[in-house]
Design a protein around this ligand. Structure first.
Ligand code: GRF
Length: 222
């Protein structure tokens, strides 16, 4: 596939960018029919920007303080994404809530990764909340973004067992490994134009092997 045919992906980040790295690595390994064309951060010294730089991807910092309102900030994002002809936007550790106007503009073209099995434990500090609740399984979710916080239609989830001696850190680290697998996978399904949405449900066209794939994503241990 020539680079002209590749899905143009923009990534919004606020921090270390390990999911961004997994996406870039998958594109460079030829596992994704996609190219990351711009990385935008609302945090000036986010390490994710450095990762972008190292791979020759334009890193863009947009200063929330300089924009005034949330709407003005999001308008700035839209103009950068439009300038780079972004077709799919991936949120990867992006810590701001997008405005309804932004969601409307990119409806069904924004993905997010969340380190829990949604709809359980949306928002922040999810490992702590899960451990306090005593869950036996956690995991991660890739979903389309809508106007809510971590509420949009679910594309892929991976299930990760929670052990008795688990800490927030050990659980987050094990879940992160699965995040790095399912995010590129979801992007590839989108690039292949196999995802379609009916209400809250995301279906994958042509997945005769759907059961096998799905069961493959559930890393369930007795
Ligand atoms: C990940 O756990 C992701 O699920 C959550 O924020 C974290 C970002 O990590 N939304 P990184 O910046 O991709 O390393």
């Amino acid at each position: 596939m020539s680079s002209a045919d590749k899905l143009r992906v923009g990534v919004l980040v606020s921090g270390r960018g390990s999911n961004l790295q997994a996406i870039i690595d998958a594109t460079e390994a030829g596992k994704l029919d996609a190219a990351v064309v711009v990385v935008i951060s609302d945090v000036a010294d986010a390490y994710a920007l450095e990762r972008a730089r190292r791979h020759g991807i334009p890193p863009v910092f947009v200063d929330p303080k300089a924009s005034g309102s949330r709407e003005a900030f999001d308008e700035r994002l839209i103009s950068i994404l439009t300038e780079h002809q972004v077709e799919l936007l991936c949120l990867a550790g992006y810590m701001r809530v997008l405005t309804p106007g932004f969601i409307h503009r990119f409806r069904n073209r924004i993905m997010n990764i969340h380190p829990a099995l949604l709809p359980s434990f949306p928002g922040l500090h999810v490992q702590r909340k899960g451990l306090q609740h005593g869950v036996k399984f956690s995991g991660c979710t890739v979903h389309f973004a809508d106007e809510g916080v971590d509420t949009g239609p679910i594309i892929i989830q991976a299930v990760v067992p929670v052990f008795d001696d688990e800490t927030e850190e050990t659980l987050a680290a094990r879940i992160l490994k699965y995040e790095h697998q399912i995010y590129p996978r979801a992007i590839q399904l989108y690039a292949e134009q196999r995802l379609y949405i009916e209400g809250r449900h995301v279906f994958c066209k042509g997945s005769e092997d759907d059961r096998a794939v799905r069961e493959g994503w559930g890393y369930i241990h007795p």
